[in-house]
Design a protein around this ligand. Sequence first.
Ligand code: GLU
Ligand code: ZN
Length: 282
Amino acid sequence: MVAALPYRGRFAPTPSGPLHLGSLVAALASYLDARVHQGDWLVRIEDIDEPRSVPGAAEIILEQLHDHGLHWHPEVLWQSQRKPRYQQVLNELQQAGLTYACDCTRQQIKARGQHYDGHCRNRQLATATHAIRFRNDGSIGAFTDRLLGHTIVNTEAAGEDFVLFRRDGWFTYQLAVVVDDIDQQITDIVRGADLIDATPWQLLLWRQLSQRQPRFAHVPLVTDAHGRKLSKQNHAQPLSALQVVGQLKQACQYLQLPLQGANSRDDILQQATRQWQRRWLP
Ligand code: GLU
Ligand code: ZN
């Protein structure tokens, strides 16, 4: 057994645009959970996908968090500065025989089915200029979620040989997020339910790279009137510095945290912390 680490949570936005209500819900949930546990709450800028990163967006995100009173631990990590570390871990996985190169195009993969079918597993391609995939043994098809309980995932997705390094030369979110969560000693991952399908993959990497595993809590997604996830692609409204109180109240509603006559930012955060404890902690 590894001794239990002190609580450390994180919010890990991709700087592809400003935060919207959906991202505020995820940020608030992880912030409140860290606060209830008297733990650290870290912010990590997930700018590993540089083509998707928008210059200046990370600074706006930090300002938005600040406006909403979500104060983070001073250690802010930028994934774009961590490439040597990701390379080192990728080499380790390669040396352990847990990866293989793949030269399939997106069209070829799609033509064969919804999920990657392991086409290149035994082709022994040289790794240069190709994507690198993880040799998934399909051994994780479920996990325990602190909010959702025993969670069974889509087995085809869970068993897929996911990509660690892209053929266009970028490390993937799957690799970076796990390396960072391990290196930053994160104990609790509280995030949106859109990432549930990636959790088994990340747990597989955790199992390879660390002696311990984090706890997960996935919070419900905020959807628009058509039931679609609020996202930058769907043109979700950015959070406004002029509507902090209203936005926080809305976020609390999505998290099922009733407030009573709270009308300032700090009041809301205080009540919400108590309600989070009551609603989500056994
Ligand atoms: N960067 C991811 C996103 O913005 C979140 C990563 C995570 O919380 O694991 O969707
Ligand atoms: Zn392939």
